[in-house]
Design a binder for this molecule. Structure first.
Ligand code: SF4
Length: 330
């Protein structure tokens, strides 16, 4: 659907992020900062899913929350439908919040245990002045769209399974008919048997409401399944960005390859070939990241230039951007 629309006219991005940074102070230190997001630029097109993938602590959740202005950025710009949302206040900020929602990783903590499901769902509708008429029948119909029913309306979160709670959290996020939904590891706290159902639900809701997703996960196979394009993040920076299928089948950045090599493959030959290029070690601290390319202490292809000069994220082929000196002139 996106491809068809693009043939008719070029689309403007729904979201454009320019050199975004979010640093956190380290407790007990005036000078040390955690550089959780450190100069990220990207666009999200209307109707697409952009996946953000990387190891735990790489800054992907902070990126999602900063794009939604749940965190104030340290610097940089965030445009939503062409408007710089960093400057929004009052009713304009409230309107942005209606249009840009988030589903969190853990539905056990994201739902208020003291509210019934009906109260949970009515809260945002009331806050944004939605008149839904007969609330009970309205909510019963909406619950059906996420695979629940009116019998769940007056239950409390602890009376629901993990999957049911995440369905409620997803419904709460889409009830206000937002344009953008940031999905932060929406299945990683769920049983494996439920994960696929939730992913399918997210896909069907996207088609139904023409939603745009930012899909955040540490699992590159899930990101590939869900996303049109994916961005690979390492220590606060994007290291590769491109079409999900081609990035997954032909990763350029050694870190992308490392993530993909962790996905089990049935063919032993392919598995052995991947082992040979597997980088080593754990990610360094984002408080004091390595000089030059941040991946250089773990990279099997490290060169002298990598230790001193940071590679920019450059387009190396149509739609593919990579931050690695193997592909950029130096
Ligand atoms: Fe490896 Fe150098 Fe590329 Fe960094 S820039 S990923 S160290 S080859």
């Amino acid at each position: 659907m996106l491809a068809l629309r693009e043939e008719v006219m070029p689309l403007d991005p729904l979201v454009r992020v320019v050199d975004l940074r979010k640093y956190f102070s380290v407790r007990g230190s005036f000078t040390k900062k955690v550089r959780a997001v450190d100069g990220v630029s990207l666009e999200i097109m209307p109707g697409e899913t952009l996946g953000i993938v990387g190891e735990s602590g790489c800054g992907k959740t902070t990126l999602g929350k900063t794009v939604l202005r749940l965190y104030e950025p340290t610097s940089g710009k965030i445009f939503f439908e062409g408007k710089d949302i960093v400057k929004l206040r009052g009713s304009q900020l409230k309107e942005f919040r209606r249009n840009a929602q988030m589903v969190f990783q853990d539905p056990h903590t994201s739902l208020n245990p003291r509210l019934t499901i009906a109260e949970t769902l009515l809260e945002p509708l009331r806050e944004h002045g939605f008149d839904v008429g007969d609330a009970e029948s309205y909510l019963a119909k909406e619950l059906e769209k996420v695979g629940l029913s009116s019998e769940h309306l007056y239950r409390y979160p602890h009376e629901l399974s993990g999957g049911q709670k995440q369905r409620v959290a997803i419904l709460r996020a889409i009830l206000l008919k937002p344009k953008l939904v940031v999905l932060d590891e929406p299945t990683s706290s769920l049983d494996v048997s439920v994960q696929a159902q939730i992913l399918e639900l997210l896909k069907s809701l996207q088609r139904l409401y023409n939603l745009t997703y930012m899909f955040i996960s540490h699992d590159i196979a899930v990101v590939k399944y869900m996303s049109d394009r994916m961005a690979v993040m390492y220590l606060g920076k994007l290291v590769e960005l491109g079409d999900s299928n081609s990035l997954f089948t032909n990763p350029l950045h050694p870190y992308s390859l490392m993530l993909i090599s962790s996905v089990p493959v049935p063919d032993p030959k392919t598995a052995r070939a991947r082992q040979k290029v597997k980088p080593h070690g754990e990610p360094p601290s984002p408080i004091n990241p390595p000089s030059g390319c941040r991946f250089h202490p773990r990279c099997p292809h490290v060169m002298d230039v990598c230790k001193t000069r940071e590679p920019p994220l450059e387009e190396v082929s149509a739609g593919r951007r990579v931050a690695c000196w193997l592909y950029i002139k130096h």
